[in-house]
Design a protein around this ligand. Structure first.
Ligand code: ADE
Length: 545
């Protein structure tokens, strides 16, 4: 038994250290993570009695659905009979109420979960079918007899650790050199180094001050948040203004927004949380994400974000007439938000996965206190990995809000071979929002009451009626002749028209709209100052798909 334990240690340590050197089998040449392959039998009776090494007795091998998933196993007794569970699992989510810490292991080291009525063990690992062979040996406690001759254990533990340190240091050095080269390349491409510095320091701040931002709140203790009033209602969730307590007293708190999903809407919560989890998404024109919580006791999922008291763009435009400067600020920042979402590089040149929003509309844009915009509601968004097949893209279906759907989306005739077509559909929707902003700007002359594109908010617009207007009659929101009286509005109107072109290929990109805004606002100096006026509120009963 002593010898057997030493062999088990040697096997485990070599497997763990080998994974430091080996190119992971789950990654392809471009470095994309491929789905893991695991034993997947869910629950089965087992002969394993939770000692030594057990085979899972599961004969089914399955490719995990999601590339983030790893292999997991659990062992417990059910009415005295031992049972084994094998499956794929996303380690960002709890497994039997536990967050997995060992999912980067190459072997499955069973750990006893404390606080359970019966014996209960779980393990996770990230190598092909690694949840088949289960080690019930606690490597942190030396087995009897091993102390007598510690040399083999010392050798197998210290040597791989030393090698791992050397490899990590070399990797860090290579990353540093690569990063410097990247920065140089970015500067030579003409990106303003000042902007880069600002964004970098922003990122740095977010890395250090909230290392947990863009992640699930792994603490079992939930944030001390007191919900206040409801500020928004979507198809899957409700948004509340809330107080995040900062100290012992009730007086010190930070206002936050909490988006609350019922347990049945787990998929929507997960989709939005996965989008927000990408640290590279952070941008001043994208709603700032704080954390996600699984509020088990209330059977609710939460997403906690920054709170913007001016509310959404539709509410803001309903209540205010804006000046030319505000038009440029709102419109330019909206375009910058969309361009960042669509980009495959951050402004500093770091690689990023392009994202499409797929439900851009004035309700999904928030107005910040400095009158710039930020994008919100990523419940229908899609990360455009380079390895997505047309089938995967097609499965994502026709989604969005009928009023804002591009003609090719209304017709379900998008070119799924080309991921750019998803961005082109976003640009169409963005054009409608830019039109809404312009229609409330005093620079156009006579400003009418706020109306959304294609008629009154109360009008029920379904896909079929939108097809008649947008495809059959090629209708677009009206751009009256008076809009040409102002040079800036005239230039902007032409850009809007290019963005809502019937032919998706003819539309300009969001980045091009960003550049147009800086040209327009530098050429046209504000001839009119901002004025504000109150207007009536209006309801929102859009048809959503
Ligand atoms: N409505 C939806 N999300 C919001 C937020 N983060 N702040 C203010 N109003 C909102």
């Amino acid at each position: 038994m002593q010898n057997e334990s030493v062999y088990i240690y040697i096997y485990i340590y070599f497997s763990l250290s080998l994974c430091v050197f080996a190119v992971p089998t789950s990654e392809n040449k471009e470095g994309f993570k491929l789905a893991q392959v695991c034993r997947f039998c869910d629950i089965e009776f087992t002969a394993c009695n939770a000692t030594g090494v057990c085979e899972s007795s599961c004969n089914i091998t399955s490719i995990c659905e999601n590339p983030r998933e790893v292999c997991v196993s659990a062992w417990r007794r059910n009415k005295g009979k031992p049972i084994m569970e094998t499956m794929c699992h996303n380690p960002a989510l709890p497994f039997h109420g536990q967050y997995l810490k060992d999912y980067n292991n190459s072997v499955c080291l069973m750990k006893q979960v404390k606080g359970m009525e019966d014996d209960f063990y779980i393990c996770s690992c990230n190598q092909e079918e690694c949840n088949d062979k289960l080690f019930f040996t606690d490597v942190s406690a030396p087995a009897k007899g091993v102390e007598k001759n510690p040399l083999p254990v010392l050798l197998v533990s210290v040597v791989p650790a030393l090698i791992a340190v050397v490899v990590l240091l070399s990797a860090f050095y290579c990353y540093h050199v690569f990063h410097q080269q990247n920065l140089k390349a970015t500067k030579t491409k003409g990106i303003d180094s000042e902007t880069c510095a600002i964004i970098m320091s922003d990122d740095d701040r977010s890395d250090s001050s909230s290392a947990n931002a863009n992640s699930l709140n792994h603490n079992t203790e939930l944030l001390p948040i007191q919900l206040d009033t409801i500020v928004g209602k979507g198809r899957f969730a409700e948004v509340y203004r809330a107080k995040l307590k900062q100290g012992a007293t009730d007086e010190s708190f930070q206002m936050v927004a909490v988006k609350i999903f019922p347990y049945e809407e787990y998929t929507s919560w997960k989709t939005e949380w996965e989008i927000f989890s990408d640290a590279e998404l952070r941008h001043e024109n994208v709603l700032q994400f704080l954390t996600a919580e699984d509020r088990k006791a209330e059977r609710r999922y939460w997403l906690i974000t920054a709170y913007h008291e001016r509310g959404n763009l539709q509410e803001f435009l309903t209540e205010h007439v804006i000046g030319w400067d505000e038009l440029c600020r709102l419109g330019g920042s909206l375009a910058r938000g969309v361009a960042h979402l669509h980009a495959d590089r951050t402004p500093c040149g770091r690689p990023k996965v392009a994202i499409v929003h797929r439900d851009l509309k004035s309700v999904n844009v928030l107005v910040k206190s400095d009158l710039s915009c930020c994008l919100c509601d990523f419940g229908l968004s899609l990360r455009l990995h380079n390895f997505m097949t047309p089938e995967e893209l097609a499965n994502s279906g026709q989604v969005g809000t009928a009023r804002y759907m591009a003609p090719e989306v209304l017709e379900s005739r998008m070119d799924l071979e080309n991921i750019e077509s998803f961005k082109q559909a976003d640009v169409y929707s963005m054009a409608l929002v830019l039109w809404e902003i312009t229609s409330r700007c005093s620079a156009i002359g006579d400003v009418r009451e706020y109306e959304p594109p294609f008629g009154k908010l109360k009008d029920h617009l379904c896909v079929e009626s939108m097809k008649d207007d947008v495809i059959r009659d090629r209708l677009r929101p009206e751009i009256p002749a008076s809009w040409t009286n102002h040079a800036g509005v005239h230039l902007l109107s032409s850009t809007i028209e290019e963005c809502w072109d019937h032919d998706p290929e003819a539309r300009v990109t969001a980045q091009c709209v960003v550049e147009r805004f800086s040209e327009i606002s530098s050429v046209v100096i504000s001839p009119l100052s901002a004025d504000t006026k109150s207007a009536q509120d209006s309801g929102n009963d859009e048809e959503e798909i």
